[in-house]
Structures are given as C-alpha cells and as structure tokens.
Design a protein around this ligand. Sequence first.
Ligand code: G4P
Length: 295
Amino acid sequence: MEELKSIQWFPGHMTRTKRQIEAQLKLIDAVAILLDARIPYSSCNPDLRSIINNKPRMVVLNKSDMADPNETKKWLNTFRENHISAVSLDCKTGKGINTFIPAVKGLLSDKIQSWKEKGMAGRTIKVMVVGIPNVGKSSFINRMAKQNRARTEDRPGVTRGNQWFTIGKGFDLLDTPGVLWPKFDDKLVGEKLAYIGSVKDDILDTEHLAGRLLEYLRDNNCQQLCARYRMEPNEIAELQGYEILELVGKRRGMLISGGEINTERAAATVLDEFRNATLGRITLDRAEEYPYVKI
Ligand code: G4P
C-alpha cells in the first residue's frame, strides 16, 4: 500500500526498544505477548523472538470480543500445537481475564516448584507485557489490577517506577519498555494493521483503504458484508473496491449536492463499522494459513 511507506520501519526506534526490553529481561520471569485476536500473525513483531531470547513466553489474544470465536479457538490450538501457551480474553468485558494468572503459573511451574524447594514459596512472579501500540496493553494491565484488587489490600497500584504494576498478591506486570512497532514491510500485514485502526488514518487515503477492505471482505466474509449494507453477493462479485464503496454510500443514502455519492463518508462508516465490530466479529488472519507459528 503506497500510503504506508511513509511510516515504514523505524530501525532507530526499534534498536532502542530492543535495548530497553533486553535490559529488563533479567528482572522478569516470563513475557506475555499481547496480540490482536483479529490479526494474531500481523500484530506480532517478528523480531520479538530474538529479543526475548529464551525467556518463557506466552500469547494473550486480546480483543477476542471483536474476533470470530471459531477462528480464535483455531488460533489457540495452533499455538498449543506449536508448544506455545496461549489464552484469549477481552479487556472490554473482562471475559477470559481469569485464565491469565493460572496460565502464567502453568508456564512457570518448574520455576515455582524450585522456588518452593529453596524456601522461596510465594516469591513475586514478574511478567513483562509486550505488544505493538494499540493492542490493549494498558487496558490489560488496568483490567488485571482491577480484577485482583481485593487481594492487593491497600498497596498502591504502581510500585517501582512508572512501568511496573502490582496486579495481585505476588504478581507484578511490567509494561513494554519503549515502543514495539509492528512490521509494516509486508504489504498485506500493513493493510490489515490499517484496517483495524493501528495506523493513524490521517496519513492514509481512507477511501482507498476502505475500498481494499471491502474487496477483502467480499472475498472472505461476503455474507456479513452483504447483510450489513443490503447488497447481494453477485452484485459485488466483479466490482472494484471503490465501486463497492460507492454502492455502500448509495445504499446508505450518503449523497452530496448534485446527487453524487459521498464516498469519503462511506469510507469512514465502513472503517468505523469494521473497527468496532458492527460489521461482525471478523478475524483477518486465518489460523490455517499460519500452521507453524514461532514466537
Ligand atoms: P496500548 O496500551 O497497547 O497502546 O492499548 P490500549 O490499552 O490503550 O488500548 C487501545 C484501544 O483498544 C483502546 O480504545 C481500548 O479501549 C481498546 N481495547 C483494549 N482492549 C480491548 C478489548 O479487549 N476489546 C475491545 N473491544 N477494545 C479493547 P480507544 O478507542 O483508543 O480508547 P477508549 O475507547 O478506551 O477510550
């Protein structure tokens, strides 16, 4: 996508983030990698694996309230088949949030056992939360803190510096140090990040973006798309994205003076309705396309 070139890859920022994450690695027991359940592949920074080296890691599929539940199940299976511990949850309603701490304890069971043997039972478990911007890291940390507040007594939420959070007795979270940019240089990955709103719209041509999204949905989620905008699959089968956008504008009565269709408004509507899942719970990265995930 032409427009994404201007925000491609910031090697300088990434080197700094890499250093910042590496500096904290010795202080933590595990890494929780937050991914967007709608794009588990595209929301994963591919350099993360080398940055976190051999620290125990697990995947948290966040925003699962907006993803296709069947696809989320498939993704969880895929991760587990690849020996990666994974949970799905959403920070909006809190659904699934209680699975996180047990999953971390499962991941670290050997370590916890050895602490017990050394007389250090109950030692604080420290987990670094990493993820690309907007994946929900602050929401996740806030949710976890709220959910476990009863057990934190009157200890303040923020314990050591501004990035450490005590979320429960014996459990601390560290927010990503630095900014972990996604990888934009794969065109499709860049587009999917833009569809979900991870890329600021003011640097994108929203009509072009909405057109591409409409083509994608026509090819992959035709039923949901047609139901939402009162279109027939055969009516849009041969259309270009921009033509589908015009049709959406027409069906929604989005006209400007002279009877012309307001495609700018139609684009904003399509993007909004996709991003807040009014269009349905849609997963853009399908698990069967990525059977061998490595994290
Ligand atoms: P970050 O720290 O990783 O950058 O992400 P942050 O928590 O700020 O979340 C980014 C946006 O995603 C926020 O919306 C947040 O409410 C939303 N979000 C986070 N987790 C979930 C989830 O599980 N489900 C849904 N549906 N949304 C989630 P925002 O529009 O930027 O702000 P606001 O709506 O909270 O005001």
